[in-house]
Design a protein around this ligand. Sequence first.
Ligand SMILES: [Zn+2]
Length: 282
Amino acid sequence: MKRGVARAHAHVLASPALGLALLAGCARAPSPLAPAWHGAIGLPGHGVLSGGAEVPADAEGLRWLRHNDRHWGTPRFTRAIARAAAFVARERPGGVLAVGDLSTRTGGGPVPPHLSHRSGVDADLLFFVTTIDGAPVPSPGFVHFGADGLARDDDHARWLRFDVEREWLFAKALLEDPDARIQWIFVSDVVKAWLLEWALARGDGPETIRRAAAVMRQPHPGGVHDDHFHVRTACSPAEVAAGCELLGPRREWLDYGAGPDDEPDEELAISLLQPLSPAPMP
Ligand SMILES: [Zn+2]
């Protein structure tokens, strides 16, 4: 599969090259001429979504940050997010996951300010936070945590504390869920260090900690991500057969079927986080 063709699919569909592209099996949009494509189609930064599912607006342990049409992902991925949030709510009641942007119902783009979020495999998930006294409160949004673990919440004129206990439980639930297929958790180096230190101190399993160390990455460019997790799920073999294009390194604990070998495009995968506007927004 030529990635260049996938990137240009919007142009291809409007041009005489369409027939050629279909003969080559590279069209990247649902169409009567390519009925097999469905789900997450194409690349996170260039694809579309069909047959997606919405993260519920208000469910056990989670709620939307904003009411809009940006909570769609592949059903496998949205269910995994909801499961992980419910797990945290049961283990440590009181916290709530604030769900930011995933993709729109049909995906595609652009989805400003994101370069990815187009094919239902990306999710911006706000951090679990507490008051200074340790009482869990809903995240007010994209508040930036400094090295002291505190963030200023200007809207409520207060300081918030990073809830390392619940955030780790959430990451752990995702990483141990085979259906979540976590490929990346883009997050700042500082937050990553807190989470790994916490996990080591509480004696979590080395395999989970190893996975966390591998998938957590401060993106560059694309913002430091000291204010949320950007989680990306990896296509399953069935999803690849239906048009999902793998991007970036493969995780050895995930099943990729009998596909081609490792994709080397780690840097490309990260660059897809770069905001469209010069002023970075969440
Ligand atoms: Zn994002």
